[in-house]
Design a protein around this ligand. Sequence first.
Ligand code: NI
Length: 170
Amino acid sequence: MGHPTLRTIADVYPVDRIGSVEFNELITDLRDTLAASGGIGLAAPQINISSKVVVIEIPVEETRYDQAISMPFSVFVNPRIEVINQEQQGYWEGCLSVPGLRGKVYRPQHIALEYLDQNGDAQQMELQGFLATVFQHEFDHLHGKLYLDHVRDTTQLSFEAEFLEFELDR
Ligand code: NI
């Protein structure tokens, strides 16, 4: 947080470069960084590449977010979100670019998604609940936004250690 790339609108990734050596290196870099950090999603601007590329991987054993949801390692290029239902729900979010903090963020819980996959093929997806939140968080990174921008109430901002000690009990 504080690096200008995180506050820059990322460039559309050139479709004709999907599958190139450069593209594959970017995906490998994102994948390795995500694995090393223990997160569930990473956007290219978080490794100082201002391109609209996101990777998400939610392990089956993931329990930090109190949701039994998983997703295999997936690549999302030039994603676009459409909100299907504006009704919002709050989740405690964290971010590898804002280490050590959690904050409660309210977002729409039913969205549609259009993107190109790792092979450059156009895909569509509909997401609800926690996954809708995860994708909105990651795609915000492509538009220069951080989850902190959405925290309405700073009493719902916590260090991770205190979050784990106190918030999960409420
Ligand atoms: Ni993040």
